[in-house]
Ligand binder design. Structure first.
Ligand code: ADP
Length: 182
């Protein structure tokens, strides 16, 4: 059973939902950089205040800031983990490699949740989070296409990529993931 997982895909593909399901079933750590950043905003911490404007615009938070969050949360315990929303560009992917090397762990599988753009926009507008308005969604999709999408090829070359059709029923997707993790 794979213990070190990464979920990749555009905003609205369902990474968070699927990562939460897998982490619950297997008692893995679910590390969502977006969630952790939103928590900082809610708590009105210094970090939260610093990233609030950027996140509400749909842009990426500074790599070093996010890296600190990832380092703090990825412990060396035997527990498995799921990265959701990190890395989001090649520089973050390289930093992740360094972090994992330092703790003697390695990524075992990358699930790429693929879904048509029309479906994404519809889903995000229904979800209605603070950054789920038309303007911000447009920015997030552009950022995804320009900086995050190249990671698909990157992980494909490392033979870590598993393609998941995310335009299906939630349960069917999670069964698919479960099978591929085995
Ligand atoms: P989604 O992918 O559905 O847009 P997330 O919760 O993953 O939702 O991310 C929300 C926002 O948090 C992003 O638009 C970005 O501003 C910030 N964020 C999350 N993860 C990262 C990251 N790895 N690097 C930079 N910014 C991030």
């Amino acid at each position: 059973m794979k213990k070190h997982l990464l979920f990749l895909g555009p905003p609205g593909a369902g990474k968070g939902t699927q990562a939460a399901l897998v982490s619950k079933t297997n008692s893995y750590l679910h590390l969502s950089t977006g969630e952790l950043l939103r928590k900082e905003i809610d708590l009105k911490t210094e970090l939260g205040l610093e990233v609030k404007g950027i996140m509400n615009k749909g842009q990426l938070v500074n790599d070093d800031l996010v890296l600190e969050i990832v380092k703090k949360n990825l412990n060396q315990s035997n527990k498995g983990w799921i990265l959701d929303g990190y890395p989001r560009n090649l520089s973050q992917a390289n930093s992740l490699n360094d972090v994992l090397k330092n703790i003697n762990q390695s990524l075992e599988i990358v699930f790429y949740l693929d879904i048509p753009e029309e479906v994404l926009i519809e889903r995000l507008l229904l979800r209605g989070r603070k950054d789920d308005n038309e303007e911000t969604i447009k920015t997030r999709l552009n950022v995804y296409r320009e900086t995050t999408e190249p990671l698909i090829k990157y992980y494909e070359k490392l033979s870590l990529l598993e393609f998941i059709n995310a335009d299906r029923d939630l349960k069917i997707i999670s069964d698919d993931i479960k099978q591929k993790m085995a």
